[in-house]
Ligand binder design. Structure first.
Ligand code: NAP
Length: 248
C-alpha cells in the first residue's frame, strides 16, 4: 500500500508554489488531497486535474484561512464528506513588505491574520477531529525570516516566528493523542513570493547561500512528505530547515 493510502490531507494555499508541490507529492503517495486556495480557483483546479491525471484523488476547497468562522465550517464539511483529516499542512501565507516607518496598520494586520491566525484557525478546527481519530500530522510552514529576521519584513518575520512558538506549544498539547506538530522552515524558494526580487537582490542572496541556489518547491515538499510519513512518528515540536545552509 502507498504511504498515505487511507489518509486525507488538507493543504492550505495548495493552488500555487510550495503548497502546489506539497499537494502533488502527498497525492502521489496515495493521500486524498484537499487543495485549498483563497482567490485563484483556476490554479487550484489545475492542481486537482494534474493529480487526477497521475491517478490520484483530490478536490478543491476555496476559503480564506484568516476567516475563523468560515474555516470551522469548511473543515467540518470536508470531514463530513471525506470521513476525517489525517494530515494538515498550514502552508497559506503572504508577504506585504515595507520598512516599519512606512508600514501601514493594514500591512501588519493582513500578514498576521493570514499567516498566524490562519494557522490557529485551521489547527483548532482540525485538532478536534484528530483527537477523536487519535492520529494526525500537522505541519506548519514557517520561514528562515522568522528565525533570523530580515529588513523590510517585520510583519512577516513576526508571523513566522509566532508559528514556531505555536508549533512547539501545540506539539506538547496534542502529543498524548499521537498527533505530531512540526514546522518546516524554508529559505529562499523559487515561487511567486520570490519572483518579485530584482536580479541584484537575488544575486546578493545567492552569494550568501552555501548551496548557491534558491530551493525548489519540491525541495520543501519532500521534507513535508517525510514529516507526514510513518518514518517521522517520533518527531514533534521540531523545526526542520530547508534553506541551503543560509541559516543553521
Ligand atoms: P505563493 O506562491 O505566493 O502561494 C501562496 C498560496 O497561499 C497560494 O496558494 C494562495 O492562494 C494561498 N493563500 C494566500 N492567502 C490565503 C488565504 N488568506 N487563505 C487561503 N489561502 C491563501 O507562496 P509560496 O512561496 O508557495 O509560500 C508558501 C508558504 O511557504 C508560505 O507560508 C510562505 O510564507 C512560506 N515560505 C515561502 C518561502 C519562499 O521563498 N517562497 C520561504 C519561506 C517560507 P491563491 O492562489 O488563491 O492566491
Amino acid at each position: 500500500m502507498a504511504e498515505n493510502e487511507q489518509k486525507v490531507a488538507l493543504v492550505t494555499g495548495g493552488s500555487r508554489g510550495i503548497g502546489r508541490a506539497i499537494a502533488l507529492r502527498l497525492a502521489a503517495e496515495g493521500a486524498y488531497v484537499v487543495v485549498n486556495y483563497a482567490k485563484n480557483r483556476q490554479a487550484a483546479e489545475e492542481v486537482v486535474s494534474s493529480i487526477e491525471k497521475a491517478g490520484g484523488r483530490a478536490r478543491v476547497s476555496g476559503f480564506d484561512v484568516s476567516d475563523f468562522d468560515t474555516v470551522q465550517e469548511e473543515i467540518e464539511n470536508i470531514v463530513t464528506e471525506l470521513g476525517g483529516i489525517h494530515i494538515l499542512v498550514n502552508n497559506a501565507g503572504i508577504t506585504q513588505d515595507t520598512l516599519i516607518v512606512r508600514m501601514k496598520k493594514e500591512d501588519w494586520d493582513s500578514v498576521m491574520t493570514t499567516n498566524l491566525d490562519g494557522v490557529f484557525n485551521c489547527t483548532k478546527a482540525v485538532a478536534r477531529i484528530m483527537i477523536k481519530q487519535r492520529q494526525g500530522r500537522i505541519i506548519n510552514l514557517t520561514s528562515v525570516v522568522g528565525e533570523m529576521g530580515n529588513s523590510g519584513q517585520t510583519n512577516y518575520a513576526a508571523s513566522k516566528a509566532g508559528i514556531i512558538g505555536f508549533t512547539k506549544a501545540a506539539a506538547r498539547e496534542l502529543a498524548s493523542r499521537a498527533i505530531t506538530v512540526n514546522a518546516v522552515s524554508p529559505g529562499f524558494i523559487e515561487t511567486d513570493i520570490t519572483q518579485n526580487l530584482t536580479d541584484e537582490i537575488r544575486k546578493q542572496y545567492i552569494d550568501k547561500i552555501p548551496l548557491q541556489r534558491f530551493g525548489s518547491p519540491e525541495d520543501v515538499a519532500g521534507v513535508v512528505s517525510f514529516l507526514a510519513s510513518d518514518e517521522a512518528s517520533y518527531i514533534t515540536g521540531e523545526v526542520l530547515r530547508v534553506n541551503g545552509g543560509i541559516y543553521t
